[in-house]
Design a protein around this ligand. Structure first.
Ligand SMILES: Cc1cc2nc3c(=O)[nH]c(=O)nc-3n(C[C@H](O)[C@H](O)[C@H](O)COP(=O)(O)OP(=O)(O)OC[C@H]3O[C@@H](n4cnc5c(N)ncnc54)[C@H](O)[C@@H]3O)c2cc1C
Length: 553
């Protein structure tokens, strides 16, 4: 454990040396004693200490100092360390000031100079104050802190990125957490600089871009090899499974993920149908296990990095990222899954991350405490999200166009929902407009049978209305079906143009695309069975065929 500080300020060098010596002699094993002759310097020091998550148990300050009076200095320390004990060093002539400060400032003690012998006049007082401080002291969260406005899109983006990458952090809502404001003061920032990320070492980043944040929290940003056996695009269940089996089998494996590993599965509050977990497990837990496993086998993961193109050169693949970097590999597995379909309502975009969320139930559920929350969509994902948010919200209303969820959700979820008193399914209804000043405040619902419209208060709107394949970036590098899913294996052979694009003697391998050596697996593959188990199976299987391809290369 880091030792708390005792900070002493006195412009008189002789007095400073004497009090520093006496305090150090007695307390140096349990406290770090820092002394300075400048009150301004001391104020800068305590801001730095706050950002570094250090604690100050006691301030001792002289009253008469040219830069600032002692009572003013001690008052300022309270903005950052309100719990620290305060001692004013005074001459007999300043007793009046000290007595007034006891009432006004809640000064803990005034110490008359000189304090000899310390055993009688100094140590008993300081012992008492330090005991009192220790009794009420609660250690701050040691790790990363994210400070911002709860309903701001920028804050949401950072929280989603950190939780998705399994980086523990403490969220501090600047409007409801006094402690949060102290970090803002310490970093000399105003509200418009939020969100603020305070790192473990006390460094801070104001409104950081994700790649910048990633670099500071130690997420890998550049590839270490010149050539990989397999490069996997997308860190959902399919990509993670491929990476585990790839590196486990000794292939040089790299995984590129544009946001956070885990894919759609990471936003699942409870996966009930994954083999070997009879009580279910959360998407975050599954992702954490998979990342640990794949890193242990030696996979390199680069995140956040978005792939925007794949070029071919002499049979090798050159994968281009949006940041201009490139990685060379012998094979590529595309596992970019699907992306949420956007709800088309005028003005909705303004509230993305500020009350409107696509699949972020696990990140934002806590913020819905005691609120009315609406979920659009009646599939399994929507129902899972409703179950999770119902633990916090006052009421969760699932809004669907159909007349029931029986055709769209799994039986176990329908049953769970019917047994949860604060979840209601509002059928034959759609959301037609959204409103709010800076954050979502209300939505308008339209009953499709009567045409009646009703505006209701809504703190959050979670949208789960299906998905489209994450292949827009691929243009026509590989063959896709009419919906944009990647065609592979035997399905390619059925294409009329097969002989135009396929020039090899052999047939395409099962997960191989129209380009030899580029494979697809998981939800992004045409005719794939969606779901986590299928994606994991496909990812693992793709590696078998990557090996086969490499043997023939
Ligand atoms: C809320 C929710 C709950 C679910 N619950 C269950 C469940 O309980 N059981 C079940 O079986 N299934 C469930 N599913 C479905 C399941 O999660 C998916 O079928 C599965 O995640 C598909 O895996 P995937 O790896 O193919 O793709 P995805 O999970 O979609 O992952 C694709 C990844 O690729 C990344 N990516 C995309 N484009 C790029 C690019 N250009 N560059 C770099 N990276 C890119 C994405 O960011 C993403 O991380 C759920 C889905 C959701 C949304």
């Amino acid at each position: 454990m880091k030792l708390p500080f005792i900070i002493i300020v006195d412009d008189d060098e002789q007095v400073l040396r004497a009090i520093q010596r006496d305090v150090r002699n007695k307390y140096h094993t349990e406290y770090r004693v820092s002394a300075t002759d400048s009150a301004k310097e001391a104020l800068e020091l305590i801001k730095e200490l706050k950002l570094k998550n250090e604690t100050v148990a006691l301030f001792i300050s002289d009253q008469r100092m040219p830069e600032m009076e002692g009572v003013v200095f001690l008052e300022k320390t309270k903005e950052i360390y309100p719990e620290s004990k305060l001692v004013l060093l005074t001459a007999y002539s300043d007793i009046d000031v000290a007595v007034r400060a006891i009432n006004k400032l809640k000064l803990d003690y005034y110490l008359l100079k000189p304090w000899n012998p310390p055993d009688e006049k100094l140590y008993p007082v300081v012992d008492d104050l330090l005991d009192e401080w220790q009794a009420q002291y609660k250690p701050d969260h040691e790790g990363i802190k994210v400070i911002g406005f709860q309903w701001a899109p920028k804050s949401h983006k950072l929280k989603e990125f950190l939780s998705g990458n399994l980086i523990p952090y403490l969220w501090m809502d600047v409007e409801n957490d006094e402690e949060a404001k102290k970090y803002l003061v310490s970093a000399n920032l105003k509200f418009d600089a939020l969100p603020l990320v305070v790192l473990k070492d006390g460094a801070w980043l104001s409104d950081p871009a994700l790649p910048d944040l990633a670099k500071h929290i130690g997420l890998k940003q550049t590839a270490s090899e010149k050539m990989y056996d397999v490069l996997i695009i997308g860190g959902g269940p399919a990509g993670l499974a491929a990476s585990v089996y790839g590196s486990c089998e000794g292939l040089k494996t790299i995984l590129i993920e544009k946001s956070n590993p885990g894919g759609q599965a990471s936003s699942s509050a409870r996966i009930e149908n994954y083999l070997g977990f009879p009580k279910g497990l959360s998407g975050a837990d599954l992702t954490r296990r998979a990342i640990t496993q794949t890193l242990r086998f030696g996979t390199e993961i680069l995140t956040p990095k978005t792939v925007q193109n794949i070029r071919l050169k002499d049979g090798y693949k050159i994968t281009e990222m949006t940041d201009g970097s490139e990685i060379h590999s012998k094979t590529v597995i595309i596992a970019t899954g699907v992306e949420y379909t956007k709800l088309e309502i005028p003005g909705l975009e303004k509230f993305n991350g500020a009350g409107v969320y696509y699949g972020s139930a696990s990140v934002e559920a806590h913020a819905c405490k005691g609120e009315f929350v609406y979920i659009v969509g009646g599939g399994n994902s929507a129902c899972q999200a409703a179950m999770h948010i119902s633990k916090f919200a006052k009421e969760v209303i699932i809004v669907i166009r159909r007349d029931s969820i029986t055709k769209t959700a799994a039986n176990y979820l329908i049953e769970n929902i019917s047994q949860t008193p604060n979840i209601r399914v509002q059928t034959s209804t759609e959301v037609v407009s959204v409103d709010g000043e800076k954050v979502l405040e209300k939505i308008t619902l339209k009953d499709s049978t009567t045409g009646e419209e009703k505006t209701v208060p809504a703190k959050a709107l979670f949208i789960y209305i299906g998905a489209k394949p994450g292949t827009a970036w691929l243009k026509d590098i590989v063959l896709k079906d009419e919906k944009g899913f990647i065609i592979t294996g035997n399905e390619l052979v059925k294409e009329k143009s097969f002989n135009n694009f396929w020039k090899l003697e052999r047939k395409p391998l099962l997960p191989e695309t129209s380009v030899p050596g580029i494979f697809a697996s998981g939800d992004v593959r045409s005719t794939a069975l969606t779901g986590i188990s299928s994606a994991v199976g496909e990812g693992a299987m793709a590696i078998r065929f990557v090996r086969k391809y490499l043997e023939q290369m």
